[in-house]
Design a protein around this ligand. Structure first.
Ligand code: BDR
Ligand code: CA
Length: 326
């Protein structure tokens, strides 16, 4: 089995917050190839304590109460999160959001987080089993960068690091949340030399879950599928009303699916860093394809990483829905 630590910012159940982390956690729990060692939570989509609760709710619904949940960073390493938080948390109070989420039952999970902090767990679990742990990071990279700071060898001890982050060439998108919420953490991760697969918005925005797919979750009738369906439905109907879209992107589940079946994505090799100083572009990832002539520009000395650049939805959607409804 693939030993995994999942680092996440689940917003499921929170008005106006993305539900894809919850779907990714559900997919991990329903994938026999994966042995989920721990879930570590970071502030992003929602504040860290709400993310902890979101993770516990999914575990409870799945009956996976043995998986420990660890609270991580409540704010970025350096950046003041006020502007992002106002934008993300502000949706919660919008009349339209409250309307769409009004049927969602108030959560009352009896589960509690494990007291060990997220970064400590990331460091210790990897140190106990060098070369064996795959880390899937589907929130801002604060916890991951912190683990790298605590143990300078960490990047060499993990089996692989898969991150959902960044937007390289997406029309009308300047900033992707996970990369831009904590640019310094993103910089640490991209310069770590870790064996890295980046799953950016360029591919995740080509995935789509529609209300018909949510109907399938409901029809499955398991507590997990029912929980995920209940949280996904208001998100999709709200996106439809507010942005005229008829479904939601499956950013985080795609990053996991790439590990379950590599044929789900195609990749290119590139060197990647993140802008830290731009007035408009701070937090934006930049990539150089390996063959590109570097000329005499002073480019950072970076190891090549993999970037997902294609997605096969005919493989991905059945994989996701069959497992979530099993
Ligand atoms: C990322 O941000 C969140 O909205 C999603 O959960 C995903 O991890 C996409 O930009
Ligand atoms: Ca996420």
């Amino acid at each position: 089995a693939m030993r995994m630590i999942l680092d996440t910012d689940p917003g499921n159940g929170v008005p106006g917050a993305d539900v894809d982390d919850g779907l990714a956690i559900g997919l991990a729990l329903r994938s026999p190839e994966i042995e989920l060692e721990a879930i570590t939570v970071v502030a992003g989509n929602v504040a860290v304590d709400r993310g902890v609760r979101g993770a516990l709710e999914v575990l409870e619904a799945a009956g996976a109460t043995h998986v420990p949940v660890h609270r991580g960073a409540s704010r970025p390493l350096v950046q003041d999160p006020t502007a992002w938080r106002a934008r993300l948390d502000g949706r919660r109070d919008e009349e339209s959001a409250r309307e769409h989420w009004r049927h969602l039952p108030v959560s009352r999970t009896a589960l509690a987080a494990d007291p060990t902090p997220a970064a400590r767990v990331l460091v210790d679990r990897v140190d106990e089993r060098p070369g064996e742990i795959t880390v899937l990071a589907i929130g801002p990279l604060t916890n991951i960068a912190t683990a790298m700071a605590i143990d300078p060898e960490w990047s060499q001890k993990i089996k692989q690091l898969v991150v959902m982050a960044g937007a390289f060439d997406v029309p009308n998108v300047l900033h992707e949340l996970n990369a831009a919420y904590d640019p310094e953490a993103t910089h640490v991760v991209l310069n770590s030399g870790a064996p890295l697969l980046i799953v950016p918005l360029d591919v995740t925005l080509r995935t789509f879950m529609r209300l018909g797919d949510v109907d399938r979750l409901d029809a499955a009738g398991t507590p997990l599928a029912t929980y995920l369906g209940r949280t996904a439905r208001p998100w999709i109907t709200w996106l439809a009303e507010r942005f005229g879209e008829d479904g939601c992107a499956l950013h985080d589940p795609l990053a996991l699916a790439a590990l379950l079946d590599p044929a789900v994505i195609g990749t290119r090799t590139a060197r990647v860093d993140v802008e830290l100083r731009g007035r408009l572009t701070r937090g934006r990832m930049v990539s150089w394809d390996d063959e590109v002539l570097r000329g005499d520009l002073e480019l950072p000395d970076l190891s090549p990483v993999l970037i997902a650049d294609r997605v096969d939805n005919d493989l991905f959607m059945p994989l996701l829905l069959d497992r979530l409804t099993s």
